[in-house]
Design a protein around this ligand. Structure first.
Ligand SMILES: [Zn+2]
Length: 401
């Protein structure tokens, strides 16, 4: 089956440049590849001629970019617009403690060039948006989706469909991950599988929900594997297959995917023929960060809350985090009502009293404020920035997490 996938369709390799020549040093560096007939000198020359755009230099982008660099992919583009943060290091292994506060693309580029100085690494220190995506992606043969949010995921998908490029997809949450290759010319796209984004707030981000640090290592390594197979034109790519991984059960399930004949972007008569406004489409911002999502009148600053409490105002403090988060930090006098139980426990609250709701960073409690507003409450406020902001601005004895 080396030359076809499960449907017997011709496999991967079309739309790639002609192979490039290797130096003696490169022949030595890649000798373990050259020994295998499936790669060999010809395959290594294909890898050198190939170019891959890795969108995101986080948990998935780390292993993807490092393995592609080590394998000798000749040109790697990196897109990110953030700084290396202390909480990244639990899983984003392309970055190191010595690079805290540096631009992520610069940190990743230096690591990749240390791993393999023979390759070219291009960096794009900017958010990936509908305005710049075509320009950034233009020189690359393959797109690798290492993003952490729905707007960028739909953007990468539509861009890949419109430009006829493969989109090597991966996503992670807590202990579970997914991998596929969406290549509309040869199979389904992401929108065939998920025509509509989930309702805003339904799927928590990794910053709110957490992620097992090794999980993106597994998923990102699978994405790198698929990318190399596509370039080499070997094996059975995950075109038309969604691979589901459960780290706790240690199981892989493969789900067959079909092209949706009514897909809005990859069907014969698509509605979407240009990149759209993906933040509006998904109803959420295209990044995974603390966000002021409520109007100011629904918010209270940590310092303002501290002053009110200090002068003895009667305020009901409601912690909408999960019970295990209390072991990390807690506010004196707060009652625990995890967001998921709030609707059922609303009768325990009195709409006549002042209520301040909080979570880790302010987005779960923002949803709690909206939930109460929907039930007619008017005196509830969201602690801006959550207990983490309280720890930074009011009580440094509490840890930030
Ligand atoms: Zn589609």
């Amino acid at each position: 089956m080396r030359d076809g996938n499960r449907d017997g369709r011709p496999a991967a390799r079309s739309g790639f440049p002609p192979p490039a020549d290797l130096s003696h040093e490169e022949i030595l560096r890649y000798s373990r590849h050259l020994l295998m007939p499936e790669v060999g000198l010809e395959g290594q020359r294909k890898l050198k001629a190939a170019s891959v755009l890795v969108i995101g230099t986080g948990g998935l982008g780390s292993p993807v970019s490092m393995y592609l660099a080590a394998a000798g992919v000749g040109r790697i583009g990196l897109v990110d617009y953030d700084e290396v943060d202390f909480t990244n290091l639990q899983r984003q292994i392309v970055h190191g403690t010595s690079r805290l506060g540096d631009r992520k693309v610069a940190s990743a580029r230096d690591r990749l060039l240390d791993l393999n100085p023979a390759i070219q690494v291009d960096v794009y220190d900017e958010p990936f948006t509908s305005e710049n995506a075509r320009r950034i992606a233009e020189p690359y043969d393959v797109l690798v989706d290492g993003t952490d949010n729905f707007p960028t995921r739909y953007l990468v998908n539509d861009l890949a469909v419109l430009t006829h490029k493969p989109n090597v997809y991966g996503s992670i949450f807590r202990f579970e991950g997914q991998v596929s290759v969406f290549w509309a010319d040869k199979g389904p796209c992401y929108r065939c599988l998920f025509p509509e984004p989930p309702p805003p707030g339904l799927v928590p981000s990794c910053a709110e929900g957490g992620v097992f640090g090794v999980l993106p290592g597994t998923i990102g390594t699978l994405q790198a594997t698929e990318t190399l197979k596509l370039i080499l034109g070997i094996g059975e790519p995950l075109i038309g297959t969604l691979l589901l991984y459960d780290a706790l059960a240690m199981t892989f399930d493969a789900v067959r995917l079909k092209k949706n004949p009514k897909c809005r972007v990859c069907s014969e008569n698509p509605e979407v023929t240009e990149l759209i406004d993906y933040e509006a489409f998904c109803g959420v911002p295209g990044h995974d960060r603390e966000e002021d999502r409520l109007a100011r009148e629904w918010e209270i600053e940590p310092k303002e809350l501290a002053e009110k409490l200090a002068r003895g105002d009667r305020i009901r403090l409601i912690d909408v985090r999960e019970p295990h988060e209390l072991e990390i930090s807690r506010l004196e006098g707060a009652e625990l009502m995890p967001l998921g139980s709030l609707a059922a426990r609303m009768h325990e609250l009195d709409s006549a009293e002042e209520i301040v709701l909080f979570c880790k960073m302010g987005s779960r409690s923002a949803r709690a404020v909206e939930l109460l507003a929907g039930a007619g409450f008017r005196k509830q406020k969201n602690l801006r920035g959550g207990i983490n902001a309280w720890a930074r601005e009011v009580d440094p004895r509490l840890p930030v997490y």
